[in-house]
Design a protein around this ligand. Sequence first.
Ligand code: BTN
Length: 327
Amino acid sequence: MKSEILKKLREIDGYISGQELCETFGVSRTAVWKAMNRLKEEGYEIVAVPNKGYQLIEQKDDLLNENEIKSRLSTNWIGTQTKYYDSIDSTNSEIKRLADQELPHGTLVVTDQQNAGKGRRGRSWDSPDGVNIYMSLLLRPEFEPNRASMLTLVMALSVSKGIDEVCNCRTMIKWPNDIVLNKKKICGILTEMGLESDYIKYVVIGVGINANTEAFKEEIESTATSIRKETGILVQRAELINKIMEHFEANYATFLETEDLSVLLEEYNERLINKGSEVKVLDPKEEYQGISNGVNQLGELEVIKHDGEKVQVYAGEVSVRGIYGYV
Ligand code: BTN
């Protein structure tokens, strides 16, 4: 009930009476009073004025907890089940452990810290506590397994748009799944899939966003940054999570219409930092350079090699760099 009260307080411009809250949630005045006290303990500034009721003072801090996330979510199916942990090994691993249970399509797992955060290609993902977003979304799609890798791009587009709206900046996408701000990485996405014979049992899309980190390890300082470092704002993480998931719901519905990226393509390519520029394709089999032409409706990056040959690069184990550095 705490998250519902919090949501109601946010919706109301001004005061809401204790009586109205009792009637809305079918609980006693004491229950409302207790919930208010617990919310205050969690850091919310709530004023109670006799004959007027309760009012939530506009929040400036970045609070991340179960109530904060649930009260911010205004999605239709994402987060019907939301699990929050102060700390966990990896939200992707947690979803994979839970996927055998009856958890529904749209289950969202969020944590404040990971102690075994996973990156692409077997790398680890630095996950300090209290500053960033680490979340994973469970999907149970009915399409063919070969469609699943495109979901990474659907999420990348959703993250990029969500950040721009909440943080008032212009992020770009580095194919297939990094989000960059001022040419440095602020977000990575790791999509994993569970198969049963030849159908998809689950897909987990893990998103790591450097939101409020102020300092980075020397090894990654030249390529990684955070929204806070670049814009100076303190990101309210729960608000950003909601905005990204709102975009994902809309983009996923569009994706399902064709089961490919044909409708989302234009928007994705507009945000693609590699489009029209010289790239180095790091394919484990061979490394080559060419001009990137943007992605096609299957999410493959089209690259025109220097000898004129046009190749479609499938994400998988391949990575792309700018010729002078990360982008
Ligand atoms: C990359 O290498 O760029 C992908 C990084 C993905 C990190 C996120 S954080 C939340 C989720 N849980 C993980 O262990 N990894 C993903």
